[in-house]
Design a protein around this ligand. Structure first.
Ligand code: PSV
Ligand code: MN
Ligand code: MN
Length: 395
């Protein structure tokens, strides 16, 4: 969307802004509740007490950024009696309900696994939960079911690796069959934790193999915090896009393991490289869902989500600014440093003025954080939510 003339980047900013205007970044309900590490969950002021209040907070992120129109639910953390009513509440607040995240990791029964547990009764219980989640999707109108399994083993010999894959395949096939025509499941992989010898879905290859067997409604989720240090995530993104198997991202950033920090905080350049592959690989559209999966332990929740959304926008804007013609020309002529320079030119562009302009064109404040702070929302809910039990992991 840009061209290089005598060393100056001339860009079709109109086209870049048009693409950015349609971006859809989903925030997670669990980001608004109290969170922590295994050592301590910190209680913060003004934290929502109910799924409805989490949605109210997510609506603030959309109100000030204009590109976060949906919020993902995690079941049973967001259990309610009437999901259609919850969807109506969301609509009333100007947002929609997004992906339904299943949770088969917080029950004593799942100590040795959920859908891969050697005990058929426990497998059945876990499968029941996944199917219940599809019922919820029917009520909320959600398209995506996110499946993450904590299943795995800690010790060599603890269980049969292949038998566990068979059990997983069996459960996934049942869920796949239950999906409606416009629904899909997103299978998320994670290298380690909570299992430390084998995870049953440790990497994109395992997730891809399961999804490939089932068909187009089975897609892979890339959680950017779920790889070994040094893994080239953009290569995975490029490969999954080639195979039409990239369903979504769980964006967050990490310095060490599954840190779940603000998106783009640890490595904005990696985020840009990922977005470059998304844009070039035809993944910039509704079929690849941009979700955030992060928990803000020490920073204010809504402010942190706004910051993350803005960081995704900035990386996307830079990826859209890559001078593709110049890049191709350099690549095809073997100009190694020239090609690299084209990419770096885009990465080093300060896109904040462009995003500010875009927001003004969208009727928003160019500075979402300042506008949110001025709104007094935090002070208001801090006062209103003084009583009652704040939501947090597991609540
Ligand atoms: C697991 O680490 C994970 O990334 C999955 O997406 C879970 O559903 C989520 O975290 C909960 O925060
Ligand atoms: Mn995740
Ligand atoms: Mn994670």
């Amino acid at each position: 969307m840009s061209s290089q003339e005598s060393g100056i980047l001339v860009t079709d900013t109109k086209a870049v802004k048009a693409a950015l205007r349609t971006q859809h970044i989903e925030t997670p309900s669990w980001a608004y509740g109290n969170s922590g590490t295994r050592f301590k969950v910190f209680a913060q002021q003004g934290v929502p007490r109910t799924p409805e209040e989490k949605i109210d907070d997510a609506a603030q992120v959309h109100r000030f950024t204009g590109v976060a129109p949906t919020v993902a639910l995690h079941i049973p953390w967001d259990r309610v009696d009437d999901y259609a009513a919850l969807a109506a509440h969301a609509r009333d607040r100007g947002v929609g309900l997004g992906a339904i995240n299943s949770n088969v990791f917080q029950d004593d029964d799942y100590m040795l696994g959920s859908v891969t547990n050697p005990d058929p009764a426990i497998r059945k219980k876990a499968l029941r939960h996944l199917l219940d989640c599809v019922d919820i999707m029917d009520a909320t109108g959600s398209r995506d079911l996110k499946l993450w399994f904590s299943d795995g083993t800690n010790y060599p010999g603890q269980d049969d690796i292949r038998a566990r894959q068979d059990r997983l395949a069996e459960a996934l096939a049942v869920v796949y069959e239950r999906l409606g025509d416009d629904q899909r499941f997103l299978l998320e992989y994670k290298l380690f934790e909570p299992a430390f010898y084998t995870m049953d879905v440790p990497d994109w290859g395992t997730a891809y193999a399961h999804c490939m067997r089932l068909g187009p409604k089975a897609q892979v989720v890339v959680d950017t915090g779920h790889h070994a240090p040094g893994t080239n995530i953009e290569f995975i993104v490029a490969s999954l896009l080639r195979e039409n198997k990239l369903g979504a991202f769980d964006f967050n950033s990490r310095f060490y393991a599954d840190d779940d920090l603000m998106v783009g905080a640890a490595d904005p350049f990696q985020l840009f490289r990922i977005m470059h592959e998304v844009v070039q690989g035809g993944g910039y559209g509704e079929h690849v869902a941009f979700m955030l999966d992060q928990c803000h332990n020490i920073e204010p929740k809504i402010h942190g989500q706004i910051r993350s959304v803005m960081n995704v926008q900035e990386a996307t804007a830079k990826a859209l600014l890559v001078d593709v013609e110049a890049l191709r020309a350099a690549q095809n002529s073997g100009d190694v440093l020239g090609a690299n320079a084209v990419l770096m030119d885009a990465y080093n562009t300060d896109v904040r003025p462009l995003l500010g302009e875009l927001r003004e064109e969208m009727g928003l404040d160019p500075d979402p954080v300042a506008a949110y702070k001025r709104s007094g929302y935090f002070e208001r809910v801090s006062d209103e939510r003084k009583d009652g039990q704040a939501a947090g992991w597991g609540a």
